[in-house]
Design a protein around this ligand. Structure first.
Ligand code: LCS
Length: 400
């Protein structure tokens, strides 16, 4: 059952009914295998004559509920849940690509996605082209007869560059190429790429979907035949399986997704404005600011700008380190989308898999800082940032 509003769907859509006890909360089917009444039933399940569970790597009722909930939220026919965001990225790419095929990807990506393409895919004989995902002409000119996939993130981790989903879907459709969008930074509450014609939507469910910093998981949403292909090939045979308990934690997280995302956005809006007017900060990258190129996509494909801000400080890297180390409440940690405000330095942390030259070419400078604005009272976040900026930049700080 699907409702008109996403706020209701995060709670109800795709929910399985517990016929046995009528439990409100989804039961956790903590089992690795399923018994067959007799041998005939076992073989009927294997050869597809009978529907039913066989073995935990091939399916689980709690995991299935998560998949149906995510398909409902992203507006796709189906979804596959996996053991990590990278599990979802790799299962999707290796289901779509074989040796001799070609993929076009945006030049800036989450560091491990970049590493998978640059190192493993290339080593396996898959051709990879990195292009500016905003530039339609650059994408079109990169297309070759063997191009199978066009892959982007928007907003991009970590530089917050935004890419027009209508354009990506159109280019892919016209060239007969599958389009894949990593929607981790937005969640389906803020952006639903399938509505724009994107074929497959990936999430690191570790982030906003779960939202509590206690699970590593991934999801891919799309048409039923493509999801079945992923499940029967790379999920089954490469095995990045999610545990039923982790699936349950994400189902729980989804119930508050819309409220959490709303507060993340409100807090990030205030923090981005504070940083933009602070004398110690050189540039702020946040689509909620009018100064940001991606601002034009708000209302068009994004409901709001999300909870992640990137920014450059004046001075050199030592000043940035001093600032980060002075923070008291905000946590120095990678990941994002948690209740706690998290801060990290992409060049030395999440995006260290890039060669320095390629990283700079992709617009990820050595002094870029990434802030995942949490759910604390915004005044407390501001107070912590202010005191750390003041201490790190005693000479230039203009604490407001
Ligand atoms: N896609 C994006 C956009 C991500 O940000 C991440 C993780 C992944 C995929 C992979 O998901 P995972 O396997 O970790 O669930 N991003 C991280 C980050 O920015 N800091 O730590 C992890």
């Amino acid at each position: 059952m699907k409702y008109k509003n996403i706020e209701t769907n995060t709670i109800h859509a795709g929910k399985l009914i517990d016929e046995t006890f009528g439990a409100l909360s989804t039961p956790i089917y903590q089992t690795s295998t399923y018994t067959f009444t007799n041998t005939e039933q076992g073989s009927a399940r294997f050869n597809g004559d009978e529907q039913g569970y066989i073995y935990g790597r091939l399916g689980n009722p709690t995991v299935r509920e998560l998949e149906m909930r995510m398909a409902a939220l992203e507006g796709t026919e189906d979804a596959a849940a996996l053991g990590s965001g990278m599990g979802a990225v790799s299962a999707t790419l290796f289901a779509l690509l074989n040796a001799g095929d070609h993929i076009i990807a945006s030049d800036a990506l989450y560091g491990c996605t970049y590493a998978l393409l640059e190192h493993k895919c290339k080593a396996l004989g898959i051709e990879v082209s990195f292009v500016d995902g905003r530039n339609e002409m650059a994408i079109r000119s990169a297309i070759k007869p063997n191009t199978k996939v066009l892959y982007v993130e928007t907003p991009i981790n970590p530089n917050m560059v935004c890419i027009d989903l209508d354009m990506i879907a159109r280019v892919g459709r016209n060239a007969g190429i599958k389009t894949v969008v990593d929607n981790t930074f937005m969640s389906p509450v803020l952006q639903q790429p399938a509505k724009h014609g994107i074929d497959l939507i990936i999430h690191s469910a570790t982030k906003y979907l779960n939202g509590h910093g206690d699970v590593i998981a991934g999801i891919v949403c799309g048409a039923a035949d493509m999801i079945e292909h992923i499940k029967l090939t790379t999920l089954k045979d490469m095995g990045a399986v999610i545990s039923p308990h982790d699936a349950w934690l994400i189902i729980r997280g989804l119930k508050t997704l819309h409220i959490r995302v709303e507060r993340h956005c409100q807090n990030a809006e205030v923090v981005s404005q504070f940083l933009e007017q602070h004398g110690s900060v050189k540039q702020v990258f946040y689509p909620g600011l009018e100064s940001h190129e991606g601002h034009a996509l708000i209302g068009k494909q994004m409901k709001a700008a999300g909870g992640v801000i990137a920014f450059e400080m004046h001075g050199n890297f030592d000043n940035a380190v001093k600032f980060m180390d002075q923070l008291q409440m905000c946590k120095r940690a990678v990941s994002l989308g948690d209740a706690e405000t998290l801060i990290q330095h992409p060049a030395s942390m999440t995006h260290s898999p890039y060669e320095p030259e390629q990283r700079r070419a992709a617009g990820i400078s050595d002094t870029l800082i990434r802030l995942s604005v949490g759910l604390e009272h915004v005044d407390d976040i501001l107070a912590d940032l202010k005191q750390a900026l003041a201490l790190a930049y005693e000479d230039i700080a203009r604490v407001g």
